[in-house]
Design a protein around this ligand. Structure first.
Ligand code: HPA
Length: 231
């Protein structure tokens, strides 16, 4: 047990899906898993372990931002011996060509976050797991998935220089967690990646409704779960 997770060691699967929102974790467990067990309730970060197509998987929410996912993913890797974490989240698009509901697979994250720097890492870019990315592409079939560099920001309410982030830093979209997740995986020799659904477009200002988000989110969940089954 940790200060943030009361699950017993064997209650957490080797493969974890991490949405940001605890209610989304519940939705995934209710909709897609069999034999579900609630394994953590600390801070309402309710985590569920169950079976998908016969394979054990844990769904644990990350909360928002690098600080929050940094804690939960570190503990899963370090103390629960988790091997693979796939973040499933939403992102804001920096391009007219990357439309609402499109899926992005984060090949690497660019960030000015201090999360890795404080720990001695000397770059603003961290790669995700090639093994996980390959599985995700393998199971995505006819669904278009754009594999690209993403931007992880620490600040949501900020007038970003989108043109610089897109044209110079080569980031196609923005979110708030992947950089810390990828750093923990790198540091602890584990695997992590992120699949993101575009929920808003920062160029056209189009925004998905809450119901529309849910459907698009379910496509992404199935891809992530199928990738885990194939590991
Ligand atoms: N910024 C940061 N994170 C996000 C956004 C955004 O515009 N949209 C979805 N997640």
């Amino acid at each position: 047990m940790t200060p943030h997770n009361e699950a017993k060691i064997g209650d957490i699967a080797k493969n974890v899906l991490m949405p940001g929102d605890p209610l989304r974790a519940k939705h995934i467990a209710d909709t897609f898993l069999d034999d579900v067990k609630l394994v953590n309730t600390v801070r309402n970060m309710n985590a569920y372990t169950g079976k998908y197509k016969g394979k054990m998987v844990t769904i644990m929410p990350s909360g928002m931002g690098c600080a929050s996912i940094g804690i939960y993913s570190y503990e899963l890797f370090k103390f629960y011996d988790v091997d693979n974490i796939i973040r499933i989240g939403t992102a804001g698009s920096y391009s007219k060509d990357l439309d609402l509901y499109d899926l992005v697979l984060a090949e690497e994250s660019y960030s000015l976050s201090s999360y890795a720097k404080i720990q001695g890492y000397d770059s603003n870019i961290i790669k995700s797991s090639e093994i996980l990315n390959k599985k995700i592409i393998d199971v995505s079939n006819d669904k278009k998935v754009t594999k690209a560099r993403i931007h992880t920001t620490d600040v949501f309410y900020f007038d970003e220089d989108i043109s610089d982030l897109y044209n110079n830093k080569k980031c196609v979209c923005t979110e708030m967690e992947s950089f810390a997740l990828f750093y923990n995986a790198l540091k602890l020799n584990k695997n992590a990646t992120s699949i993101l659904t575009i929920s808003d477009n920062l160029v056209t200002n189009k925004r998905a409704s809450i119901e529309e988000r849910q459907t698009a989110f379910d496509d992404m969940i199935k891809i992530a779960l199928d990738a885990i089954v194939n590991l």
